[in-house]
Design a protein around this ligand. Structure first.
Ligand SMILES: Nc1ncnc2c1ncn2[C@@H]1O[C@H](COP(=O)(O)OP(=O)(O)OP(=O)(O)O)[C@@H](O)[C@H]1O
Ligand SMILES: [Mg+2]
Length: 244
């Protein structure tokens, strides 16, 4: 099933497209069909949610779309490039350049401050397009953490840590942000703050945001919702989106 083109009336460019994407996983002599022939298109600058029951294949699908994992068959195109046919080295390059990842557990470096955590990927970047300290400050400011720059993760709340993780994921200005249950480990209020941060990122930086979530409230804040059941894309729910 291809994402309905009626949501793309202004012919927004496709940033990510999957074609007949399949992932079979071996499990004690059997095969788990984790992702079954998923076809979808994600447009530049939109916010989408991937929802579905536990074990339905959401994380597996996100891993394939982000090039963290290779499909059994099918393709994933990012900006028109089929990432399933690249060498490991080129794939790593594309991933670093094009995709920021955020996970349920924030995975910040505990000995570094918020500022230093965000500076880390900037210092490792092959192409230095930003002043690391300045860029990290700007991102943390955008995410409402201006007065937490020198706090270490243990000195921050869960929601604050997740916003640092989002800032870190965006450090090198990737066009795509992929988040797997970014609020899964947070209370409702902190989850809302993280959601607002994602909306702000999309609005101010034009980043395409893809969020895997169990939380219907988070999903309802996205422009489109892809629902996965048993590895299959069962439908796309389109919110009444009116362009601002
Ligand atoms: N490494 C693995 N080996 C075998 N089967 C796996 C592996 N990882 C996941 N699976 C299976 O693949 C299916 C999809 O798993 P996946 O983690 O993508 O689900 P999910 O929708 O993200 O679930 P949750 O909401 O609980 O995070 C499940 O049936 C799971 O048991
Ligand atoms: Mg999952």
């Amino acid at each position: 099933m291809i994402a309905d083109s009626k949501t793309n009336g202004s012919a927004r460019p496709v940033v990510l497209r999957t074609h007949n994407l399949v992932k079979d996983l071996p499990l004690s002599g059997e095969v788990v069909h984790a992702v079954r022939s998923v076809n979808l298109e994600i447009y530049r600058g939109e916010r989408v949610a991937v929802i579905g029951p536990s074990g339905s294949g959401k994380s597996t699908l996100l891993g394939l779309m982000g090039g963290l994992d290779a499909p059994t068959s099918g393709t994933v195109e990012i900006d028109g490039v089929d990432i399933t046919r690249l060498s490991e080295a080129r794939l790593t390059e594309i991933r670093n350049e094009k995709i920021g990842f955020v996970f349920q557990f924030f995975n910040l470096v505990p000995t570094l401050t918020a500022l230093e955590n965000v500076m880390l990927p900037l210092e490792f970047a092959r192409r230095q397009q930003f002043n690391p300290r300045q860029r990290a400050r700007e991102l943390l400011d955008l995410l409402g953490l201006k007065d937490r720059l020198n706090h270490r993760p243990s000195q921050l709340s869960g929601g604050q840590q997740q916003r640092v993780a989002i800032a870190r994921a965006l450090a090198n200005n990737p066009p795509l942000l992929m988040a797997d249950e970014p609020t899964g480990n947070l209370d409702t209020e902190s989850g809302k703050m993280v959601l607002m941060a994602l909306e702000k990122v999309q609005a101010e930086m034009g980043t395409t945001v893809i969020v895997v979530t169990h939380d219907p409230q988070i999903a309802s804040q996205m422009e489109r919702i892809f629902r996965i059941v048993d590895g299959q894309l069962v439908n796309e729910i389109t919110e009444a989106v009116t362009s601002a």
